[in-house]
Ligand binder design. Structure first.
Ligand SMILES: [Zn+2]
Length: 707
């Protein structure tokens, strides 16, 4: 990639709410450069009304600009300080200069209502406004020596039922544009795909124009909130009273990128980096969720660098900034998951100093913990099926899909396993080669080619753990006559639902547990009918009120099926959903039983004695291992990571470089305890994070860095 640093530490100057008479571009760039920021993202076209921060021949200038070239001043000062400059263009919001003469350019809800936010309206990329954005983007790339270009909010945050969309839909498909949700129909599935094609095509058109104007520029675009719903009930809970009401009621409860018409994997070929907005408080997700989103975006973007726009205050226009402790943990976790760092500076004429001072230390401490070219070691893969989120999850995506996936990530973290989130849309042979265990929670609308590739991998020795409705629905979200995974799992699933109430999992003899063992669960599952699979646990349903289940007929719930050299394990109960919604801590124990049923022994690297809120991420570079431990203990409840005592990781000897020595990046004391085939490495104390560097005898300790 051209002029961007290999480890990006970026800040966006959000000029739309700056008081331009007070904003000093020279001093602001210096302020950030002095704090370790190496990349400035500067508004060229803002979101107040499509306003320009330079003398444009195409876009109206910001009224306070008075012909001043503010963007040019920021460019010049950034160049003077050796910082990379990325131009920001908002693709969505425009002011009266555009929508008054052209009311037909405004995005429309299905009922014809305009999509608005404060004084701006959301304009449609299918209208001539889309061509305006392409032209103004080329103008900026031609005039200024930018290293990168960021297109914000290329999206249909509406239906969109404008006249331009109606006409194009008729032209593209020969049908009328649908005006209502028709879940599980080919017509509605086509509409969802078409919307994503509109946004992808628009992003690609801007990318082409920008690259033609300035070859070598690094181009990327916004992808909002991966792994989240539109979260309307949560937003109403968070912002009581008067709110903007930006989401039409039809998209309540949908997968948020589906509402926007954004699909990372589909547009990745047009991008040099992947930009995401993982504001977790906005969508009621746990503090490690932004890192998990980075992991998914890396996979969907086929390994391209990921820049997550991170929360600095609770959310950018919030009440208070995050504690230094949470900022440190967030930064460490994003880097540990393969991302770079990017913060918005809202109101840059009046930004508080303390938070940015804290980031200077955080950036310096994290320097080099994931060196350029490092490869992740993640023996557990967790499949994210975007098609299942969009088509099967539909208007209830959290309950049907996301909670099970996010809860499964949580259980995996709590068990101390290094993992990565895989994108179904961009699976590679390297993904399959790298993992020992694949978790596929609730991937109901999995694609046939995914099912075939998983079967091939299991036959060759992989262990699949699938749960809930999986492979049971088609690309429209409607039930299939036969599950795609019926042969692999050796069970027929559904179509009936078994409601278990507050029941028990009861082990069969093969589980190797004492007679009389009962593990409480609740939830529902498909009716499970084994064909070739061996039942390992049954579920005993109960609807007794405030009483343990009576001895009742039990039904298979957990099964295993040997296929070639591998094993396909199935669990009817959605463990992740139970962990996430019901706080079923026993989900960890059940997951251990699933792994045992699959014959999974020690993973090549895993937590040995790790606190449940400590995440483990491992990278290999030049034979050295960088073991990141990120500590979320108590963070959700207090805003501060609570320091924890000794934390241990088990490493297979096969992973270790010759004559391995180990150093703590934070200068903590390390113990290593050799076992027959492994090394137990213990760091005596862990505050926000540490990076344990295992290096060979040929390297000197100082190469590994010091705290
Ligand atoms: Zn439209």
């Amino acid at each position: 990639m051209s002029g961007l640093p290999s480890a990006i530490r970026a800040v966006t100057l959000e000029l739309t709410q700056a008081r331009l008479d007070r904003f000093d571009p020279h001093a602001t760039v210096d302020f950030l450069a002095d704090r370790g920021v190496n990349t400035i993202v500067c508004f060229a076209i803002g979101y107040g009304g499509g306003e320009a921060y330079y003398p444009s021949s195409l876009a109206p200038e910001h009224p306070a600009l008075q012909s001043r070239d503010l963007f040019g001043e920021v460019c010049a000062r950034a160049a003077g300080r050796g910082l990379a400059l990325i131009a920001y263009v908002n693709a969505l919001f425009a002011g009266p200069e555009f929508y008054e003469p052209h009311p037909d350019w405004v995005q429309r809800w299905a009922d014809g209502r305009e999509s608005t936010q404060t004084g701006a309206k959301m304009l449609c990329p299918n209208s001539p406004y889309g061509e305006h954005i392409v032209a103004v983007s080329a103008e900026i790339a031609e005039r200024y020596p930018i290293a990168g270009f960021y297109l914000d909010e290329p999206s249909l945050q509406s239906w969109c039922a404008c006249a331009w969309c109606q006409a194009r839909y008729a032209r593209d498909t020969g049908s009328d544009l649908p005006l209502a949700i028709e879940r599980g129909t080919p017509e509605f599935a086509r509409f969802l795909s078409w919307r994503e094609g509109v946004v992808s095509g628009f992003v690609d058109a801007v990318a082409s124009a920008v690259r033609a104007a300035r070859p070598g520029v690094a181009f990327f675009a916004q992808h909002a909130f991966p792994m989240a719903s539109t979260a309307q009930p949560h937003l109403r809970h968070l912002y009581w009273g008067q709110t903007a009401g930006r989401t039409p009621p039809q998209w309540e409860g949908w997968y948020r990128p589906a509402f926007y018409g954004q699909d990372i994997a589909r547009i990745a070929g047009s991008l040099d980096l992947v930009g995401i907005e993982p504001w977790r408080r906005f969508v009621a997700q746990p503090p490690w969720w932004p890192g998990a989103c980075v992991s998914y975006a890396r996979a969907a973007g086929q390994g391209k660098p990921v820049l997550p726009l991170m929360e600095y205050p609770h959310f950018p226009w919030g009440l208070a900034r995050l504690s230094n402790s949470e900022l440190a943990v967030n930064c460490a976790d994003v880097i540990a998951n393969g991302g770079d760092l990017w913060f918005p500076m809202y109101a840059p004429d009046a930004a508080d100093r303390e938070g940015w001072d804290a980031l200077r230390t955080i950036f310096a401490d994290l320097d080099g913990v994931r060196p350029a070219g490092a490869q992740q070691i993640a023996p557990v893969g967790i499949l994210f099926s975007r098609q299942s989120a969009e088509r099967y999850g539909a208007n209830d995506v959290e309950e049907r899909y996301l909670d099970d996936v996010i809860g499964t990530i949580q259980v995996t973290r709590e068990l101390g396993f290094p993992y990565c989130v895989l994108s179904e849309d961009a699976l590679t042979d390297a993904d399959f080669d790298a993992m020992s265990v694949l978790l596929a929670p609730s991937a109901a609308a999995m694609r046939p080619e995914t099912a075939a590739r998983i079967e091939q991998w299991v036959t060759a020795g992989g262990v699949l753990i699938a749960g809930g409705w999986v492979g049971t629905h088609d690309e429209t979200g409607a039930p299939r006559a036969e599950s795609l995974l019926e042969n692999l799992l050796g069970v027929r699933l559904g179509p009936e639902v078994l409601h278990t109430g507050l029941g028990y999992l009861i082990p069969r003899e093969v589980a190797g547990l004492p007679v009389g063992t009962r593990i409480p669960v609740r939830d529902e599952q498909p009716v499970v009918a084994p064909t070739t699979a061996e039942p390992v646990f049954d579920v005993m349903p109960s609807w007794e009120l405030f009483a343990p289940p009576a001895d009742a007929a039990a039904n298979p719930s957990i099964t295993r099926n040997r296929v070639g050299a591998g094993m396909a394990v199935y669990c009817g109960i959605q463990l992740g959903r139970l962990r996430r919604r019901f706080e079923l801590f026993e989900a960890r124990r059940i997951m251990r039983h699933l792994l045992a049923a699959g014959g999974v022994g020690d993973l090549p690297i895993a937590g040995h004695e790790l606190a449940p809120e400590v995440g483990l991420h491992v990278w290999r570079v030049d034979g050295a291992l960088h073991i990141m431990l990120v500590n979320f203990s108590s963070l959700e409840m207090t805003g501060q990571a609570a320091a924890v005592g000794p934390q241990s990781v088990r490493l297979d000897r096969a992973l270790l470089p010759k004559g391995a020595a180990i150093a703590s990046r934070r200068g903590r004391r390390i113990r290593s305890d050799p076992r027959d085939d492994a090394l137990i490495v213990t760091v005596e104390e862990l505050d926000e994070w540490d990076c344990l560097i295992v290096f060979g005898q040929t390297r000197q300790a100082h190469d590994a860095g010091q705290g």
